[in-house]
Structures are given as C-alpha cells and as structure tokens.
Design a binder for this molecule. Structure first.
Ligand SMILES: [Ca+2]
Ligand SMILES: [Ca+2]
Length: 343
C-alpha cells in the first residue's frame, strides 16, 4: 500500500505527458512517439525535414471526417520529406507553430482549427499559395479543422560563433544597413559536396566586400547571421546548403549542396542615410527637383505626376520641402542646424 499509485492516477499522468501545452489557441499538440535521443530541438529559422499525413480532423465542422487530403510519402512509403524554414510562410501557421521545440525522430499529431489552417476559404488547388503544382489531390473544404501527423526527420541549422567581440558597438546591423566585411570561405569538413576543408576564396585576396543587409544581395545565411553584428566583430559561420547556394551551387566556385564555412570580419556598419543621398545641395531639406532626380536615377521613375504625388504626400506642412522630420525613410541623426533651432 502506498507505493503503487492508483490506476486512474497513472493513467492521468500518462495522458498529461502526451498532451503538450499548446502555444496557440486553435492548435492542439499530441506527442505520438517520443525521440530516443534529443540533442537538438527545432526553433525559429531552422529548416526542418518532415514526413506528414494530413487529414480532415474528426472534430472538423466541415468536410468528410478522417479523409486524407495529402501526404509526403507515396504508396510505397517512398519520396523525399518536405523541407521548409520555420517562421517562413511556407506552410500553414498551425503546422509551423506546432513543430517548434521538437526533436529529430519525434512524431506529433497536430489538430489545427481553420483560422490556423486554410480558413474560411479552404484549400483550392487552383488558388492557394500553399498548393504545390504537383500536389493535385490536395483540397480542403472551407472552415475545416485538419489533423496533421508530423514526423521530424532532420533539423538543419545555421551555426554562428562570435570569435572576436567588438570593443564597443556604435550600431548593431539592421535590415537595410550597408556593411563592409572581409571574409574567407572554405568547404566545411561536414559538407557532403566539394573537397572538405578546401579554401575557395577570400576578400583578402582582393578588397573588402560591401553590401546592403537583408536585401537578398548575399546568401540567406549571411542576411540572417549578420543581423545585429557590430563593426570590429568577427564571426565564424557554418552554412548548410539551405542557407547558402542550395542545389544550384555558385558558378565555378561552390558545388551544389555544399556546406560552407565562413570567417567574417565586420569592418563597418552604416545606416543607409537616404535623406543625405537625396538632399544633393545639403541644405537639410528635399525639394521636388531633388526627389525627382533621385527617383529617376535609382528607380528610373520619370513621370512628373507620380513624383508630385509622392512629394505632396510627404510634405505634410506644404512648405514646398520635405524636411528631416517629415522624411519617412532612413535619415540618420537629426541635422546639427535643426538641433540649434530647437534651443
Ligand atoms: Ca535640398
Ligand atoms: Ca515640408
């Protein structure tokens, strides 16, 4: 007596271990199979490879209950798993949020209300952004609750290590900033493609590289990893192909599906100051001519009506200039002349 818990208590504990606390209303997560080992748990920005079976949930208000609508494996149990990045809009919200903090080898059953699935519109294979061209059978009726059995095969993560910290940090790099860096690129020793450890190229052989952050000018791994970086910092990046050059590779340099290894020294982080660029005569205010010249140069926009419209929209006090306060784009520090006039 006393050592053995009553049966009902044991049962309750077992059920509690399977039902997870859901991160979202409209999403229920049940662990069907736990992973044997777990060193790594999925998180935002990871790529995940998953096998899945999607059905109309037994609790759905619409559709044929229990009907299968899609799956990653074909009848012979073959086919590649689906790969997508967590936090992108590649899959429905309930799926994306339902497979966070999950281990490789774990299987979950996600029950997803329509507001986190295909909503009042359902999934029409003709229209939906989620439908793949080759997934002709997928169709979900409007207002359906769906159930996805999701198996996490693999987590693919971008790794970043700060090897040298900046002594002080004037500005942490944000999307849109101009960065100047030196880098060296090798094939990472874990790469399935290319010659492991081979040095491919280095900006030290030529000159530092300048690029705008978050604008897709560099590989996704760089845009992601260098956000928040400071001038003076040095980082090492291990970049799986999903975050690098993927299945295509890059020219003669990077073979397809290579895992890359970068050492990056951040030399400069500069806020893009559009105000200064547009204000060519430097009088701290933008005339319609200055805006017109800039739009023609940068965007090829010559239509005076369009330029007049944009100018009129920003010149809030209608004094014929866009001043620093009115400018809605990156504009750096408030000009000194303005500061004086405030006193
Ligand atoms: Ca001006
Ligand atoms: Ca104005």
């Amino acid at each position: 007596m006393g050592l053995v818990a009553p049966f009902s208590f044991v049962l309750w504990v077992a059920v509690a271990a399977l039902e997870m606390k859901s991160p979202l209303k409209g999403l229920t997560i049940k662990v069907i199979k736990e992973a044997k080992e777990c060193d790594l748990k999925s998180m935002e920005k990871d790529f995940v490879e998953m096998h899945y079976v999607t059905k109309i949930a037994e609790s759905s208000k619409t559709g044929k209950l229990g009907q299968q609508v899609d799956q990653s494996r074909d009848e012979d149990g073959m086919n590649d798993p689906l790969s997508f990045q967590l936090g992108s809009t590649r899959v429905i919200d309930g799926w994306d949020k339902g497979v966070r903090d999950m281990c490789e080898g774990e299987i979950r059953l996600l029950t997803i209300a329509p507001e986190l699935a295909y909503g009042d519109e359902g999934l029409d294979k003709q229209k939906s952004k989620f439908a793949e061209p080759d997934s002709a059978e997928i169709e979900v009726p409007p207002g359906a609750t769906i159930a996805i059995e999701a198996e996490l095969i693999k987590i693919i993560r971008l790794q970043k290590e700060t090897t040298v910290k900046a002594k002080s940090c004037k500005r942490q790099a944000e999307t849109g900033d101009m960065l100047k860096v030196h880098y060296t690129l090798w094939i990472h020793p874990t790469s399935i493609a290319g010659e492991k450890g081979e040095r491919l190229e280095s900006s030290h052989d030529t000159s530092p590289m300048e690029f705008q952050l978050g604008a897709g000018r560099v590989i996704p791994g760089w845009d992601q990893a260098l956000e928040g970086a400071c001038a003076g910092e040095e980082v090492e990046l291990v970049v799986p192909p999903e975050f690098g050059y993927g299945e295509k590779g890059s020219g003669q340099t990077v073979p397809p599906m290579a895992t890359l290894w970068f050492k990056v020294e951040i030399l400069e982080v500069l806020e893009t100051n559009l105000f200064q660029q547009i204000d060519t005569n430097g009088d701290q205010k933008i005339s319609i001519e200055e805006l017109g010249n800039w739009m023609e140069k940068i965007q090829g926009e010559k239509d005076p009506e369009i330029i007049k419209d944009i100018f009129g929209g920003e010149d809030k006090n209608k004094d014929g200039f866009i001043d620093w306060d009115e400018a809605p784009f990156p504009k750096g520090e408030r000009p000194q002349s303005d500061k004086k006039s405030e006193l």
